[in-house]
Design a protein around this ligand. Structure first.
Ligand code: BGC
Ligand code: BGC
Length: 841
């Protein structure tokens, strides 16, 4: 192999796209209808705030404007800096213990409270916020409700209000007073990884369900329950246009008119603010090129001015750092834009110093600080916090139903039943009789983490097993219970069985993901999970009636899977109560219908893999099913078994760029590592170590949360990290187009042994290059693009027509590097760091 190196290593300028200046600063507030505030102005309360403000130092005021993360702020910090708020991020628990008990949460809440009200301090209680977005989902043993898109399918405001009440009780039972929910995004491109946090593409449904959940969480404005007695403060988020970004890119740019922003993406705010939601979280996205976190027009003039919002505007996780000219620790433009409370999870101390200095320099008027603190105090006073004892005493006075209460689980199970959408039911296969032998197949059937999706114990919902969900029920378990004493059930991952079944229930679909990492390039599910389609085909070929249950956080292109199924149910991300599925699939003992399907599609369903955008005018292509579609037992299905398949499982042959890793592995690629103890272990959660400890992969932030991976080899033996796919790719066209493998990386230490870069074509087929020379030259701790001509791999013996491992790095020495992007890029071979000069064709 030719190891000639180009002299200079290209230092990739992977800079964020420049943030445009903004003509929108002179927007037209007439696009926005004022929202009547159901919470009346209270002169007595405002007077009390005057008194508190007058007694506070500037340092304390700035402290009130900070929300730190519990991993980075002790009760002593809360006292010393008079912090206004703390949060636990996704996957953050007391003592970093995933199995922390409700009592552990409560004890920590008490500790923060006691520190804040300690004599000598401000005596202003601290507010703790948490992402209870489908139940109290960070807490071990909590009831997990269907994610919002499932509730959108149920479209039952009374149910959603009850879900809000139950969530508020479980949150209160852990001493927490504030939740970062609901998300009122109107998801408008299903490639967006947060589509499941959206109730619907229909703004009216978002408005109605957002209103319902705020009523449940906070209590109805005007009632004696409002923000009292086991209710919590709600957040309506992410303001604004999070669901409108181009190509569904998370934290991307919403290039839409102000009229559309207000009418479509503002609908949820009209509902939730109209119900008295006390806080609004600003969105990571931009509108017409300008980041919301610095958007004075939209925050100050529209939200606080025209819409009349008088509560707290909170920033999102390090969101200020993305504003032009800002860092995570310093952002005067965001303060001036109108943000009141700053979610600065890690660098809050530096932020405190910087904001203090900016006020002293006169860059931030004292009045702006007073406005922010007034709003924070107003919400705390409305919630009764300043007159309340510590959280555990509040709970003793008004006992809340506990975490995982049976009543809450029953409610969640009902929500699951109502959320199911029946897409196909040929020859009325459903409902099934319970006197049957049923095969339950597919790797989603007995996996509670899978049915719960992202924002479940961990941020991305990865790294969890059934043991992490005491009290929960998998879909399989629900079926087994339903058949108990009548029929029989056999469970199998791969579809093999001992006794030929009367019917198979196959649970397939997406694996857990959350923001950023859940973004997709298309909706072709057969390409993302060929194993699911193969399983359906295997059963169908044996003449077994197939009922498919799809777990997904969005509509997917599933024509091939539909063709192999006699009945098909979209189950979304149902959460902890998987038994709700058997409730609807099976008849009662007397043969009657137990529960019919009532769910209706909250999103249009794609007829083609690329049909991901919601187009709201007559130019919209015909979907496979429209919004509102859903069969029931009275409505027989007429769906054909030969829907067009568009070469669903064919390998990719185009000469266009392939992205393997961007913020996370890109479907169908997966990130794994290994050593002699096991060569292939999927990377899940924040940190994964190979069996013998040779290599560890962990997440870290480069531009946004956990968009990069650090790979550390400890020198104890060969270790490897790799990106592979179960659907092999044909890279020949790309190679002929001058393709190169490009890895955006950072070298943190020089290797102590040779390092190889490999691509495989079904191991042992493969070829490698040597990175040792490159790693001697590149500067340490500086991002650069390592590129290698694809022809080098071909020349060294790889079959580029069937590449299943697109990148593998291995060494037996010590080495630490960061990886933020992996791509195959046409036209790069001549400029590659490692070139091989392919013969001219
Ligand atoms: C998300 C928010 C969430 C916050 C705190 C952010 O990355 O966008 O929805 O509330 O993290 O975990
Ligand atoms: C953190 C999570 C947090 C998330 C917010 C991640 O980097 O690990 O705890 O919820 O960012 O988006």
């Amino acid at each position: 192999m030719n190891k000639r190196l180009t002299a200079a290593v290209c230092l990739a300028a992977l800079m964020a796209a420049p943030i445009n200046g903004s003509p929108q600063d002179t927007g037209n507030t007439a696009n926005w209808q004022p929202i009547p505030n159901p919470v009346m102005p209270d002169p007595v309360l405002e007077k009390r705030i005057d008194g508190i403000l007058a007694a506070m130092t500037l340092e304390q005021k700035v402290g009130q404007m900070i929300q730190a993360e519990i991993r980075n702020a002790t009760p002593a910090d809360v006292r010393k800096y008079a912090l206004g708020s703390v949060l636990n991020g996704g996957g953050s628990f007391p003592q970093t213990n995933k199995q922390a008990k409700p009592g552990d949460w409560l004890a920590l809440a008490d500790a923060y409270h006691d520190a804040a009200v300690d004599v000598g301090g401000t005596r202003i209680p601290v507010l703790w916020g948490t992402d209870a977005v489908h139940g109290h989902n960070n807490v071990f043993g909590a009831t997990l409700f269907p994610h919002n898109l499932g509730l959108g399918a149920a479209n039952d405001p009374a149910l959603v209000e009850a879900v809000g009440v139950a969530t508020a009780e479980e949150v209160t039972a852990t001493g927490i007073g504030w939740v970062f929910a609901p998300t009122v995004a109107v998801a408008s491109d299903f490639r967006w990884g947060r589509t499941y946090e959206s109730y619907s593409e229909n703004p009216d449904i978002v408005k109605s369900l957002g209103t319902a959940v705020v009523n449940g969480l906070q209590g109805r404005a005007g009632s004696a329950d409002f923000l009292r007695h086991n209710r919590v403060i709600a957040t309506t988020k992410h303001f604004i246009g999070d669901g409108a970004t181009a190509d569904g890119v998370d934290q991307g740019d919403a290039r839409i008119s102000e009229a559309e922003l207000a009418a479509v993406h503002g609908a949820g705010y009209r509902g939730t603010l109209g119900a008295g939601a006390q806080t609004v979280m600003v969105s990571f996205n931009s509108w017409q090129g300008k980041k919301l976190h610095g958007h004075e027009y939209l925050i100050n003039q529209v939200l606080k001015g025209r819409l009349g919002f008088d509560g707290i505007v909170v920033s999102d996780w390090n969101g200020i750092g993305q504003v032009s000219g800002c860092s995570n620790a310093d952002c005067v433009p965001a303060v001036l834009a109108g943000i009141d409370l700053f979610m600065v999870p890690e660098e809050w101390k530096a932020f405190h110093g910087n904001l203090l200095a900016a006020v002293k320099r006169g860059q931030v008027p004292a009045a702006r600080i007073d406005d922010a603190v007034r709003r924070i105090l107003r919400v705390k006073l409305r919630a009764g916090l300043l007159d309340a004892p510590r959280p555990s005493q509040r709970l003793a006075m008004h006992p809340a139903k506990p975490v995982g209460a049976v009543e809450h689980r029953a409610l969640a199970r009902r929500a699951v039943r109502e959320s199911l959408v029946l897409l196909k039911n040929n020859k009325s296969l459903l409902p099934l009789k319970t006197e049957m032998h049923v095969l339950v197949a597919g790797d989603g059937a007995d996996d509670i983490a899978r049915q719960s999706g992202g924002w479940t114990l961990t941020w991305q919902g990865t790294g969890n097993s059934n043991a992490d969900f005491p009290g929960a029920t998998s879909i399989y378990k629900g079926i087994a219970d339903a058949l108990q004493g009548r029929g029989s059930v056999e469970r199998s991952l791969d579809g093999n069985f001992k006794t030929k079944p009367d019917a198979a229930i196959v649970v397939i679909g997406e694996e857990p993901y959350a923001e950023g990492q859940g973004d997709r390039r298309d909706l072709n599910q057969a390409r993302a999970r060929p194993v699911d389609l193969a399983l359906l085909k295997k059963l169908k070929a044996q003449g077994i009636p197939v009922v498919t249950v799809l777990l997904s956080g969005r509509p997917l292109w599933i024509n091939p899977e539909l063709n192999q199924s006699d009945a098909f149910v979209a189950a979304w991300l149902p959460g902890s109560e998987g038994a709700g599925i058997a409730d609807v699939l099976f008849r009662k003992a007397d043969g009657g219908i137990a529960h019919d399907f009532t769910g209706r599609l909250p999103f249009r369903w794609p007829a083609e893999p690329q049909q991901a955008r919601v187009i709201r005018d007559a130019s919209a292509p015909q979907p496979l099913f429209p919004v509102g579609y859903g069969l029931n037992y009275a409505k027989p299905s007429t769906l054909a078994d030969d829907l067009p398949e568009f070469g669903a499982t064919e390998v990719v042959t185009a000469a266009s760029e392939i992205i393997l890793f961007e913020r996370g592995p890109v479907v169908p690629w997966k990130l794994s590592l290994g050593d002699k103890g096991g060569w292939s272990l999927p990377v899940t959660g924040n940190t994964t170590t190979s069996a013998n400890g040779a290599v560890t992969v962990s997440s870290f932030d480069r531009k946004v949360q956990e968009d990069s991976r650090r790979v550390v080899w400890n020198g104890s033996g060969v270790g490897q990290v790799f990106l592979n796919s179960t659907s092999p790719q044909d890279l020949m066209a790309l190679r002929k187009a001058g393709g190169a493998l490009v890895i955006d990386m950072l070298l943190e230490s020089r290797p102590t042994q040779p390092v190889e870069l490999r691509i495989d074509c079904g191991y042992p087929c493969g070829a490698k290059g040597n990175l040792s020379d490159v790693f001697k030259r590149v500067p340490l701790n500086t991002w650069f693009s390592l590129s290698m001509d694809l022809y080098c791999f071909e020349k060294a013996g790889a079959d580029l027509k069937r590449v299943d491992t697109g990148m593998l790095i291995a060494t037996s020495g010590k080495l630490s590097l960061g990886i933020t992007g992996v791509r195959m890029v046409p036209g790069m071979a001549g400029k590659a760091v490692i070139r091989c000069d392919a013969p001219r064709e």
